[in-house]
Design a protein around this ligand. Structure first.
Ligand code: NAD
Length: 475
């Protein structure tokens, strides 16, 4: 049982971590609990002067950190890992409070997954440095330099860890800007860095607004790479800004992933698992399978099964162990989801699953949407809420066509009679991740998008390589 206490001193933050020191910031931003709409915390609202100081601190720390002995670097990072693990329960609390994630989801999908990623990313540093030999050349990977990390609010700790730990493991130094809605778990990761004795300036934290902090980082001449996770529109702007100073950019953007159910698959498991994946974190998951594609002859059966399963999900108090869906993260997100559903209804879609939800806070029921055209907004655009659309397909080729009929390409699923048939169809999907027959998420396998879902890869060895430059040394 996790105690969730909104009155803790840890939720009152008015400083930024710059060059290893907590620097007081005059302005702060309130943090809301989306389950109650109460303002329970606050975080620093940094300005361009502080961002500049943080980037310079990261630059000053770079030479020492990047040239540090690999084993020594790993030992320090293992201390950071241990200090982070020691804050696990506090991080779960922060996630319940600032995201509104149900406590079981906060524990498993937010915090324990993030801890797993720290551990497995650092495992990649065990053993000698990988050096490739091509003829008379040694091909080595050097850290890219100062990295800016800009992250969204849906999985605040997980998104941050993906970037920051991989970059620092690669030998880079980092300036991190968490989302303004969810800065508190980032502070806990920074506390752990300070407690672990990470050298000054290796990890800097500058919470604040997109335009006031993120934009300044994307423009800054001393930033070598921007690693951005967020919406496609903001990501495109960050890439355009970064282009003027020729800095590298990694973009992890939105998604509208398809779960493709083929003849011969375990239909019930496929439909139920797709509902669970669509609704995870109240649908605020970039890789959510939000389009269910089933054989046309079984469309009605799929819709009924999906609606029944969604109807059994418990919506409510995120601090309760039995809750499946908490609120959406903000009033704005709730308004966006409601308006997309209203437009789908007006366009003639069948909406199943509407039911009363708690009035206080930003709750929305999990919905299943049918009777739609493939070109409809609700099928094409990311809702980022608990909404699953169901479409019929006329066989494997048609299913592949529909799955690929999207501007996005982040994740997806194939449900087939056997693994071989599933992999053959997975190869035809224009997307970065495909799970065949409900296979597990793999924290060591590269994660990232095709098309407007972005470019670059995170996780495991590929995730570390993202923060390196390749050098050839002829001998
Ligand atoms: P967002 O794009 O509004 O914000 C993301 C981050 O960018 C925030 O920290 C924000 O402050 C910052 N930002 C805003 N304006 C900026 C600017 N002009 N310059 C620099 N930074 C700026 O996205 P969001 O609403 O926080 O997150 C939801 C979106 O993120 C969804 O589209 C979702 O699909 C996507 N997402 C993608 C992944 C992935 O791995 N592909 C993961 C999670 C979320």
């Amino acid at each position: 049982m996790t105690i969730v206490d909104p009155t803790r001193a840890e939720w009152q933050r008015d400083s930024a971590l710059v060059g290893g020191r907590w620097v007081a910031v005059a302005e702060t931003e309130a943090v809301e609990n989306p389950a109650t709409a109460e303002l329970f915390g606050r975080a620093a609202r940094c300005d361009a002067v502080l961002v500049d100081a943080a980037v310079r601190a990261a630059r000053a720390a770079f030479d020492g950190w990047s040239t540090r002995d690999r084993a020594d670097r790993l030992a320090l990072l293992r201390r950071w890992q241990a200090e982070t693990e020691a804050r696990r329960d506090l991080m779960v609390e922060a996630t319940v409070l600032e995201v509104g994630a149900p406590v079981t989801v906060a524990r498993e999908a937010h915090v324990d997954l993030a801890l797993d990623i720290i551990r497995t990313t650092l495992d990649e540093l065990e053993g000698p440095e990988p050096i490739e030999r091509i003829g008379n050349s040694l091909v080595v990977r050097e850290p890219v330099g100062v990295v800016a990390s800009i992250t969204p609010w849906n999985y605040p700790l997980y998104q941050l860890v993906l970037k920051v730990v991989a970059a620092i493991a690669a030998g880079c130094t980092v300036v991190a800007k968490p989302a303004e809605l969810t800065p508190l778990s980032a502070y806990l990761l920074a506390d752990a860095a300070v407690a672990a004795g990470l050298p000054d300036g290796v990890f800097n934290l500058v919470p604040g607004r997109g335009r006031e902090v993120g934009q300044v980082l994307a423009e800054h001449e001393e930033v070598d790479l921007v690693s951005f996770t967020g919406s496609t529109g903001v990501g495109a702007g960050v890439a355009a800004t970064a282009a003027t100073s020729i800095k590298r950019v990694c973009l992890e953007l939105g998604g509208k992933s398809a779960s493709v159910v083929l003849d011969g698959a375990d239909f019930e498991t496929a439909v139920r698992t797709t509902v669970d994946m669509a609704m995870l974190n109240t649908g605020q998951t970039c890789s959510a399978w939000t389009r269910l594609l089933v054989p046309a002859a079984r469309l009605d059966e799929a819709v009924e099964l999906a609606a029944a399963h969604a109807g059994a999900l418990v919506v409510g108090d995120p601090t309760a162990e039995e809750t499946d869906l908490g609120p959406l993260a903000s009033a704005q997100q709730l308004a966006t989801v409601r308006s997309m559903v209203a437009r789908a209804r007006e366009a003639g879609a069948r909406i199943l699953g509407d039911r009363p939800v708690p009035e206080q806070g930003h709750f929305h029921p999990p919905l299943v949407v049918a009777d739609v055209d493939a070109s409809d907004e609700i099928v094409q655009d990311e809702v980022f809420g608990p909404v699953l659309v169901v479409l019929g397909h006329a066989g494997t080729d048609d299913a592949v066509r529909l799955a690929n009929d999207s501007d996005y390409g982040l994740a997806g699923a194939v449900w087939a009679a056997d693994t071989e048939a599933g992999v053959a169809v997975a190869r035809r999907l224009r997307t970065g991740q495909v799970d065949v027959n409900g296979a597990d998420f793999n924290v060591r396998a590269p994660f990232g998008g095709f098309k407007k879902s972005g470019y670059g890869r995170e996780l495991g060895a590929f995730g570390i390589e993202e923060f390196t430059e390749i050098k050839s040394i002829q001998i």
